[in-house]
Design a protein around this ligand. Sequence first.
Ligand SMILES: Cc1cc2nc3c(=O)[nH]c(=O)nc-3n(C[C@H](O)[C@H](O)[C@H](O)COP(=O)(O)O)c2cc1C
Length: 225
Amino acid sequence: MAEMDVFQAIHTARALRRLKPDPVPDELIAKIVDAGVRAPTGSNLQNWRFIVVKDAERRRQIGEIYRASMQIAARAYLNRKPPAHMTRERQQKMMSGAMYLAEHFGEVPVQILAWLQMTADVEHPNLPAEQMPIFLRLMGGSIFPAVQNMIVACAALGLGTVLTTVLAYKEDEVRKLLNAPDDMRLFATLPIGYPMAGYGHGPVRRLPLSDVTYLDSYGNHWPGK
Ligand SMILES: Cc1cc2nc3c(=O)[nH]c(=O)nc-3n(C[C@H](O)[C@H](O)[C@H](O)COP(=O)(O)O)c2cc1C
């Protein structure tokens, strides 16, 4: 398959949660992770760690933990009002996709868990105490660029995925299952597989640029759409 233009991949990499159990070749998995590690990390630490889960029994076990994690998230978010740009119907469609994924997570052929290894010096930088909340807020900045590169790579390769984070609610269980050391922090998990018919890539719809972008000063909307 001819590889697609990067903008085409970005514009079609929507959240795909209904994935076939068919295996994904190792060379494609390697290509996806390789795209991930082309992203930057703070101070170029490259302290990301990716655990690719392919073993059927391991995937099933992760799937069980994912389902329990999703229950925590669902309790917290289920009655949340949709944002202004989203209809209730659209929100319900998203939630039912998320619940479907939670029920079938263990059947997805590849699960990539994206962690940061936070050694003591990284986790406790020599910053004034009042800066620590900011540091904590910025921490994910060293892993989510890699995750997004992998999402875009999946789209370019015809593979479906979705950024999920709920597994972090059960980080300790996951860590134990995968023998990950205590200093690893779990940020995201990508379920990867070929999309089911009727649930493939398509236009990523977002708010118009002019709604979310300002020129020179907040409130001065970027012109046009
Ligand atoms: C930080 C973050 C966390 C997310 N966590 C989950 C999740 O745990 N489960 C899930 O099914 N989708 C999750 N999503 C996917 C979003 O719901 C999805 O990207 C969003 O609805 C946009 O979908 P679209 O690209 O198809 O328009 C997450 C996305 C982000 C950015």
